[in-house]
Design a protein around this ligand. Structure first.
Ligand SMILES: Cc1cc2nc3c(=O)[nH]c(=O)nc-3n(C[C@H](O)[C@H](O)[C@H](O)COP(=O)(O)OP(=O)(O)OC[C@H]3O[C@@H](n4cnc5c(N)ncnc54)[C@H](O)[C@@H]3O)c2cc1C
Ligand code: SF4
Length: 560
């Protein structure tokens, strides 16, 4: 195959797929280098019932504990979907003993866009201005107006279903019709609207799942196990949507089993000229060159590639004249909430397996409202449902009556589950571990990351406020909770090559372009200067598309 291209894209997941689509549609011959194997719709198993699985859906727990002890901490890594998560022995990393971090990864064409939860929320200026307002870390170099057209662009292509609310803290988008709330959820929604009018709003989740046919993909049929794939292509993944669009241009070359080791830098021209790759199957080294390089390997893997690309000019990592490469790692905090029984109609049942829940947007520390004793805020996901067979161990009694009682649906339950903002912290960082290499001989990361007091204060408040809202809805047996999840568990890691205006304090400029190397772009979550509380992937996708347009423009003007 040719070794020289207009553009090289590292990674084929959420952001790599977007880079591939935008760059090929702009006419660039683009090589996408993907570390993992090829995946096709043949790999999708969302319709395989438990009784057709070897372990009846209970999983080969011994194998999972042996090969994927970290990955199996993720709810989606089960007997069906564990094949979409990495082998932890082949992909090791280190942490200090007192700072556990869950590094949850997908290594295949499509990356984690295959298993993601598809929750899709825009940021607002409340988020882009937060660092400046609070005097934390550095100011974002962009505002909502810079990214809004790119949110539109991404939403129109991927298809996002949701309800318009007109809330300044959670801008509306280009939505397909929303999914329905069930009767347990409308009961809680109405009670909250009555008690906190104009302040707290419960809505259906905004998600990248089609509620009607869209761009050649079919509307969802509510089978409900999206992390196993989707043969009707009804949810967005790079495999289902952006990579096929890129392929249609005739300009895409996709090379699986291509583990990028490092970037090649020409100090005379002060440009990256290509990448060093280890073939994932033969383990042979091979090089490819391109006029521009887009790093889309994910927040931590892109940082790792840059750290492994140190040169005489950049001894602490390529494009790291600021010293911020690998620093300011964030992951949302989750797990403050409450559950309870609600008095929804006993003669009604949810129909189908709706692959989505409720969303209750941030209501703390909004402009014009009382200040909370912590910074920023949180939002809730969750929902209502009826207990089924699974409640057996909680149901008193035995014998035939007990079995009969189990056949009837149990009470309506409601669960609020909080997701909070994580503040950027210079002391949360990654470095290359001098003693640890992956299965391809590439040095791997040592990750130092812990939540601070502000994150835990958010979860405590989320737990109390959730219990209050359930009480307002007349719920019984209300159980507030705070889970003590380590960072990484939310799988929203971001911030290791942050954007900023000043090259002395940031790695990238406001167009995801390295301050130090004009033909190098990093467009995954590494670029983030703060985390907000919304699920982040749509922001990564919008920033990627925006950076592509900028890079193509610079190339046309022969500036890079
Ligand atoms: C179970 C689960 C639920 C989630 N739910 C949500 C949600 O509801 N909403 C949301 O916004 N986000 C969610 N996320 C997070 C979301 O998946 C990520 O934010 C997103 O996939 C990141 O995109 P990315 O392109 O940076 O990385 P990825 O999608 O992970 O893609 C990176 C790709 O780069 C490849 N790669 C890595 N290193 C190399 C290398 N050295 N050489 C070549 N290729 C390499 C990988 O193999 C991979 O294919 C979820 C994630 C998971 C796992
Ligand atoms: S629930 Fe919908 S989006 Fe999810 S796998 Fe089934 S059809 Fe696809």
């Amino acid at each position: 195959m040719p070794r020289t291209y207009d553009a090289l894209v590292v990674g084929s997941g959420m952001t790599g797929g977007w880079a591939a689509k935008e760059l090929t549609e702009a006419g660039l011959n683009t090589l996408v280098l993907e570390a993992g194997r090829m995946v096709t719709t043949e790999d999708y198993v969302e319709h395989v019932p438990p009784w057709q699985m070897r372990f009846r859906g209970l999983d080969d727990r011994r194998a999972r504990a042996a090969d994927q002890p970290v990955q199996s901490e993720c709810y989606a890594c089960d007997e069906w979907s564990s094949k979409f998560f990495v082998n932890d022995h082949e992909n090791p990393y280190a942490t200090p003993a007192d700072k556990p971090f869950l590094f949850l990864r997908g290594r295949q064409v499509g990356g984690r866009s295959i298993m993601w939860g598809r929750q899709t929320y825009r940021w607002s200026d409340l988020d882009f201005e937060a660092n400046l307002r609070d005097g934390i870390a550095i100011d974002w170099p962009i505002r909502y107006a810079d990214i809004a057209p790119w949110y539109d662009h991404v939403e129109r292509f991927i298809g996002v279903s949701g309800e318009k609310l007109g809330l300044p803290q959670l801008p509306d988008g280009q939505f397909l019709p929303p999914m329905d709330l069930n009767c347990g959820e409308t009961l809680v929604r109405d009670a909250i609207a009555k008690h906190w009018p104009g302040e707290r709003v419960l809505t259906i989740g905004r998600c990248a799942i089609l509620t009607e046919d869209h761009n050649g993909r079919k509307g969802c049929h509510y089978c409900g196990y999206c992390e196993r794939g989707c043969i009707t292509l009804s949810y967005f993944s790079s495999l289902n949507a952006t990579l096929p669009a890129a392929r249609l241009t005739g300009k895409l070359t996709l090379r699986p089993h291509s583990v990028v080791h490092s970037l090649i830098y020409d100090p005379q021209r002060q440009r990256v000229t290509g990448v060093r790759v280890i073939d994932g199957e033969t383990k042979h080294a091979i090089e490819f060159s391109g006029r521009i390089v887009f790093l889309c390997a994910s927040t931590l893997e892109s940082a790792r590639i840059l750290l492994n690309s140190a040169t005489r000019e950049f001894p602490t990592g390529l494009a790291n004249s600021s010293g911020e490469l690998g620093r300011n790692l964030m992951d949302h905090i989750m797990g403050g909430g409450a559950s309870g029984k609600v008095d929804a109609p006993a003669d009604r049942m949810p129909v189908g397996r709706r692959p989505n829940g409720i969303y209750l947007p941030r209501f703390r520390n909004l402009p014009g409202r009382p200040k909370s004793p912590f910074l920023r805020g949180y939002a809730y996901q969750g929902g209502a449902g009826r207990e089924g067979w699974g409640r057996g161990t909680d149901l008193p009694g035995f014998g035939a009556d007990w079995k009969r009682a189990l056949r009837d649906p149990g009470p309506w339950h409601f669960n609020f589950y909080g997701f909070g903002e994580c503040l950027p912290n210079h002391d949360n960082y990654v470095e290359i571990d001098p003693n640890l290499k992956d299965a391809w001989g590439i040095p791997t990361l040592r990750i130092h990351c812990a939540y601070g007091d502000n994150e835990w204060a958010l979860m405590k408040d989320a737990s109390i406020a959730a219990a209050e809202m359930l009480a307002a809805a007349g719920a019984r047996d209300i159980a507030p909770f705070i889970e003590h999840n380590p960072p990484g568990k939310v799988i929203h890691e971001m911030g290791t090559a942050r954007m900023g205006r000043d090259p002395k304090t940031s790695v990238l400029n406001g167009h995801n372009q390295a301050h130090d190397i004009p033909n190098l772009f990093v467009t995954d979550g590494a670029c983030m200067a703060s985390s907000a509380n919304q699920n982040p992937s749509i922001t990564y996708m919008a920033l990627t598309a925006r950076a592509c347009a900028y890079a193509v423009d610079l190339m046309r003007r022969r500036e890079i």
